[in-house]
Design a protein around this ligand. Structure first.
Ligand SMILES: N[C@@H](CCC(=O)N[C@@H](CS)C(=O)NCC(=O)O)C(=O)O
Length: 205
């Protein structure tokens, strides 16, 4: 298996943490997906990372599909519960965390455009979406040790990847860690786990 990846990508980090938690060996190839023609396109028509290329050449995307696949191929450290209600709750956390990230990435991409092409209204809408998402995460976490049902799961991994990237890129110049102390505390606890400590977002070399 080969993971097409970037050390800065939060969705890639989610997959890398799941691989480590489940002790699944996988090669990683860092790729640059900014050019229109890039090495991911021949595997994934969306040209996005993470993309997981299986040994038979099948390519899996996006991160939600990849983590579901990985969780099901090994019984070690189950991260997505079997029970339907619990599974839906965990995946809802993931959707929330990924949604905040999606908005953060849009803010970042907008800020990289020429100044006269940027839309302040568009960025403000995305920042408001992020703020509501962060508030929801903090209020649902409410000092609990883990996001769902008292145990570490994909929900915590998704939330941690979201928080780590927001601290790394600070979209909109906002220090989300300072504004949401409950979430910052949760992130500090996650960083005590080796898979989190080993995958801190970095600029590609
Ligand atoms: N929903 C996708 C999001 C993937 C995504 O947006 N990846 C970014 C990197 S963090 C990307 O490949 N961007 C390239 C582009 O949009 O052109 C997932 O969960 O995998």
């Amino acid at each position: 298996m080969k993971l097409l990846a970037s050390p800065a990508s939060p969705y890639t980090r989610k997959v890398r943490i799941v691989l480590a938690e489940k002790r699944i060996e996988c090669d990683t190839q860092n790729v640059d997906v900014q050019p229109v023609e890039n090495p991911v396109n021949s595997h994934n028509p969306l040209g996005k990372i993470p993309t997981l290329v299986l040994d038979d050449g099948t390519a899996l995307y996006d991160s939600r599909v990849i983590v579901e696949f990985l969780d099901s191929v090994s019984p070690i450290s189950r991260l997505i519960p079997d029970d339907m209600r619990d599974r839906v709750a965990v995946r809802r956390w993931e959707a929330l965390a990924d949604g905040v990230l999606d908005a953060g990435l849009l803010v970042r991409y907008e800020s990289l455009r020429e100044k006269n092409e940027q839309s302040a209204a568009w960025s403000a809408k995305q920042l408001a979406r992020m703020r509501r998402g962060m508030e929801q995460m903090q209020s649902e976490l409410d000092g609990r040790p883990w996001c769902h049902n008292g145990r570490y799961s994909l929900a915590d991994i998704a939330v941690g990847c979201c928080l780590g990237w927001l601290a790394f890129r600070k979209p909109g110049g906002v220090d989300w860690h300072a504004q949401y102390p409950g979430l910052a505390q949760h992130y500090r606890k996650l960083m005590e786990r080796q898979p989190f400590a080993d995958t801190v977002p970095q600029l590609p070399k």
